[in-house]
Design a protein around this ligand. Structure first.
Ligand code: FE
Length: 208
């Protein structure tokens, strides 16, 4: 899987062409208002992104009561931090432990928790990820550079239009004294999908 490669697209892909054709058609028929569409896309490209989810995870790491609430009613706990809206209406948070590693996929299409992670990465929507995440999660994780202890179970959650999952990665050791905003820096997008782990605290500059 080429999730990490930096391809240089010189032309539009088949999907991009289809999307463009569809947008043109919908606009011509008056179903879509282009400025409104642009604003929606811009919102999810620039304003809503994995930083939202990172704040949720950091809060859960730092505040046991919040963690408990998040695990019990993720939609409400996430809304408390101001992250609501499209594709985030029914959230479920699943927590990684030594015993269980959680990983999220949408086998059917590309359902994804927009309100906390923004738009899904291309590989998340790709057919190989969608089929292999369920069949061979350990192999997929290896391709993402993640190796788990042998006795850690991998649990794969299939997102649907009804329920979107947020993985709470394990809190790195040695971060006990870290303030929430620094903890958030350790939370990557992939760690909240379950295809990554939280950053090594030594890899980021701790603020004084
Ligand atoms: Fe889907």
């Amino acid at each position: 899987m080429s999730h990490d490669h930096d391809h240089n697209h010189s032309e539009l892909s088949d999907i991009e062409l289809r999307v463009r054709a569809l947008e043109t058609l919908l606009t011509e028929k008056g179903y879509v208002d282009p400025p409104a569409l642009d604003e929606l896309i811009e919102t999810y490209e620039t304003k809503v992104g994995p930083k939202n989810g990172a704040r949720v995870v950091a809060r859960a790491w730092a505040d046991p009561d919040y963690r408990e609430w998040l695990l019990k009613d993720a939609t409400a706990a996430i809304a408390e931090l101001g992250f609501t809206g499209r594709q985030g209406e029914h959230m479920v948070a699943v927590e990684n432990t030594h015993d269980t590693h959680n990983m999220v996929v949408c086998t059917l299409c590309s359902c994804y928790p927009w309100s906390v992670l923004g738009l899904p990465p291309v590989w998340y929507k790709s057919a190989p990820y969608r089929s292999r995440a369920v069949r061979d999660p350990r192999g997929v994780l290896a391709e993402f550079g993640v190796t788990l202890p042998e006795d850690t179970k991998i649990r794969v959650w299939d997102s649907t239009a009804e329920v979107r999952y947020l993985v709470i990665p394990r809190r790195p050791v040695g971060t006990d004294s870290w303030p929430e905003e620094d903890l958030a820096e350790l939370v990557t997008r992939d760690s909240m999908i379950g295809t990554g782990l939280a950053r090594d605290p030594n890899s980021v500059g701790e603020t004084a």
